[in-house]
Each structure stands twice: as structure tokens, then as C-alpha cells.
Design a protein around this ligand. Structure first.
Ligand SMILES: [Zn+2]
Ligand SMILES: [Zn+2]
Length: 117
């Protein structure tokens, strides 16, 4: 996980949902990187909710979508993380296929990738 000093640190994030617990057993695929502000600095968020924790688990271990396949909110630079990452392994997938950025705000239904829609 990217930290204030620009270094990457391993942090322990406790998954909340059953599906996040399963995803947490998968190998870490990427460092969680925060979205940049207009000066290029990472906008580091506090991890305060179960949805936040599950989103981090998914972002570190899910499947990253190509720019053309990313959800509408990620393409619009919404959500805390760089990149659009969704669960393409579980059945049904976490958040019905919503990406980690949309799951972070506890609104997987707003994700254009989600099968809620
Ligand atoms: Zn997305
Ligand atoms: Zn999304």
C-alpha cells in the first residue's frame, strides 16, 4: 500500500465480507496506489469502514481492467484508487462485479460494471 512518504508498505487489512475473506487468501497482485491530486500528490484516505477494507482487499488482488473496459466512475477519476479493479474469479463476484473504487464508497450498485444494473 502506498504511504505518505511515497514508499510502499505492507499493511494488514481485515476483510469484512465472506467474499472479501476468500479474496484475501489470493496472492497480492499489485500495490494499492492512491489517485493523484492536481499537483500529482497521492490523495491518501483513512480506512474507516468495512467497505473501505473490502475495497482494498479487492484492489490488491482482483483483475485490473484495461482503460477501455474501466467503469464510468473510474474513467471520470472518481474513487480513491488508481486503476479499475474488479473481481473476475468468484461466483457471484464481489459487489456483483463492481470495481474496488465503487465498493470503497459502499455503492457497488453505482458501478457500470456491476450486474446490479
Ligand atoms: Zn472502476
Ligand atoms: Zn466502478
Amino acid at each position: 500500500m502506498e504511504d505518505l512518504d511515497g514508499q510502499h508498505h505492507r499493511i494488514i487489512v481485515e476483510p469484512q465480507s465472506k467474499i472479501a475473506k476468500a479474496i484475501a487468501t489470493l496472492p497480492i497482485e499489485r500495490t494499492v496506489m492512491w489517485r493523484r491530486d492536481s499537483n500529482g500528490y497521492p490523495v491518501i484516505k483513512d480506512i474507516v469502514s468495512a467497505a473501505n477494507r473490502d475495497a482494498i482487499i479487492l484492489h490488491s488482488r482482483g483483475s485490473e481492467l484495461a482503460e477501455n473496459d474501466a467503469c464510468i466512475r473510474c474513467v471520470s477519476d472518481m474513487g480513491p484508487f488508481l486503476g479499475c479493479v474488479a473481481d473476475q474469479n468468484s461466483s457471484p463476484p464481489m459487489g456483483y462485479g463492481a470495481c474496488s473504487n465503487c465498493i470503497w464508497g459502499a455503492h457497488p450498485d453505482r458501478c457500470s460494471l456491476s450486474k446490479f444494473n
